[in-house]
Ligand binder design. Sequence first.
Ligand code: KIV
Length: 263
Amino acid sequence: MNKKMTITSIKKAKGEKPLVMVTSYDALFAKLLAPYSDMILVGDSLNMSFAGKRDTLSTTLEQMIYHTSAVCQGAQNSFIICDMPFGTYTNKEDALKNAIKVFQETSADSIKIEGGEDKADIISYLCSNGVAVCGHIGLLPQAVRGEGGYKVKGKTEEEKLQLIKDARAVENAGAFCMVIEGVKAEVAAEVASCVSVPVIGIGAGKDVDGQVLVFSDMLGLFEEFTPKFVKKYMDGASLVKEAMLNYSNDVKTKEFPKEEHTY
Ligand code: KIV
């Protein structure tokens, strides 16, 4: 069994080994994925890949707590991060009240919030009240409607400088690591080199401190679309369909159940 990561060992990994993060939304998959990952993120991406919604914005705190509890149950030896949903951390007081609810109702180790310099005071308030925070900079999925789409960041000098400011502000506020999403690879690498906490990339190239992927993308289970940055490690959708077709045919032809499946 892998040793459970801690904030200290996660921070120490920077420059020593790339960190592996993956999302999970239930106990079943959490148990399967846990032995091969350093951190499990219960991402609000569950609203799309689990609940079938068009973006993450309608995720509720109650849903995040429900799924995080399930993941904690399935991966009891893993460092688990619960994503704070849209609208639950717009000011310091709400952020702390909602983070406390997550900590009291699940055994998550940390929460994650989207935003850079603009969220530094909130991150700092959370950290000074005993809440471990993972930041999230670059492309912010919760800003999709505000920005009119998912926009890759770091394309101009101005954007690069802002990303560096964001990363430094998130680190100085006390975050123990941060996700960087949808950023030009060379810019993400520069951002990662400007801070001393691990910067975990998604769609941000290889020269960062680790990678995170949404498990249903990585396992080829989510068919609606595949972002450019996703590598499918199996064709899960085809495997599931083939298995279901075989089961359906077996039932119709009475090939199943056989003697060995019968009491
Ligand atoms: O919600 C999520 O799964 C995330 C990852 C894309 C990093 O935030």
